[in-house]
Design a protein around this ligand. Structure first.
Ligand SMILES: [Fe+2]
Length: 331
């Protein structure tokens, strides 16, 4: 098993066919600040992010994932991971520093999602207007819209969840806190992974369509469950589609609100999720039967929650039935 190599999820990018509306969603409704605009891309940050920016929104002909970035534990760890990828026969490329962050090494996971790993980063320097009164804060409290603090996790759809999970465990030392088995007891319907004690940073759930490399959602954290409820009021009045919640997941137990931003990407406002302090914490493996009993509470997400992703693909895979509806809350 590879030792700890990745520090945390960092910079990340989404694609949108409606960049103006998407940026308004992140600025006005989520409460992020625009840091820079370069060509077709806009860089945004949330107020508890120590890096200069966190989200890059890029205009495209369709919605979807651009990339997911991890900051490594150091320069040496970055070199070691690039060497591991090369030894494993996984092609990658170096990406020049982008608005002060990087260089980054870009590669694909087994399903084709682009990831980038990097060490060098530019820290946020507040202006007079954004300087916090308490110097240990990164930035003054924003208090606009849902007032998200930082990126919490990303959920990607994958044809082979197990292959993706093993890729990150073997190559990067991620911990897996929970998995759900399919009824055959072999294939996996979901895996919740993390570089830290945080219950989830990277989630894979089973892809039911003929698509590949699709995004299920990015989630941004708020301070309390109450702020998730408040976000629902804000989104409703803004006529943003609320797909699911507010409610509580069984896996990792985060409190959630799922919306569809104007470009079509699913974005979550999230709070909580458990922490696991034990360094030898074992993965909790749900059987399909156990999961189907849905311990816990909360209204079920609609069926489309388990199919919709970006880019939008409506054609189901021939073997879509391999991914059973395990319960009303199966991701
Ligand atoms: Fe989530």
């Amino acid at each position: 098993m590879t030792r700890h190599q990745l520090s945390h999820l960092g910079i990340h990018g989404i694609l949108t066919p409606t960049p103006d509306e998407t940026i308004r969603y992140f600025h006005d409704l989520l409460g992020m600040d625009v840091v820079a605009t370069r060509g077709d891309s806009t860089y945004l940050r949330s107020f508890n992010t120590y890096e200069a920016w966190t989200l890059k929104v890029t205009a495209s002909d369709r919605a979807g994932l651009d990339y997911v970035g991890w900051r490594t534990d150091g320069e040496e760890e970055l070199a070691q991971r690039v060497a591991w990828l090369t030894d494993a026969g996984i092609e990658g490329r170096w990406v020049d520093p982008d608005e002060g962050i990087g260089p980054a090494y870009a590669f694909e996971d087994p399903d084709g999602h682009e990831f980038r790993i990097y060490w060098e980063t530019e820290r946020y320097v507040p202006s007079e207007a954004t300087r916090p009164v308490i110097p240990t804060n990164v930035q003054a409290y924003v208090g606009r819209g849902a007032n998200v603090k930082h990126l919490d996790h990303v959920n990607l759809l994958a044809r082979d969840v197990r292959a993706c999970r093993e890729f990150w465990e073997d190559g990067f030392g991620l911990r897996t806190y929970e998995t759900i088995l399919m009824p055959d007891g072999q294939r996996e319907a979901g895996a919740w992974m993390s570089s830290s004690i945080q219950g989830h940073e990277l989630i894979y759930t089973a892809e039911k369509t003929v698509g590949r490399a699709r995004l299920h959602h990015f989630a941004y954290a708020v301070e309390s469950r109450e702020e998730v409820l408040r976000a629902a009021d804000i989104m409703a009045d803004a006529r943003v589609r609320i797909e699911a919640g507010p409610s509580k997941h069984t896996a990792i137990q985060g409190f959630y609100l799922y919306t569809i931003e104007p470009g079509g990407n699913r974005i979550e406002v999230a709070h909580g999720g458990y922490l696991r302090f034990a360094p030898d914490q074992e993965t909790f493996v749900w059987t399909a039967e156990e999961w189907g009993k849905k311990p816990g509470w909360g209204a079920p997400p609609p069926p489309e929650f388990h199919v919709y992703g970006t880019p939008v693909v409506e054609e189901l895979a021939d073997d879509a039935a391999r991914v059973p509806t395990l319960g009303p809350d199966d991701v």
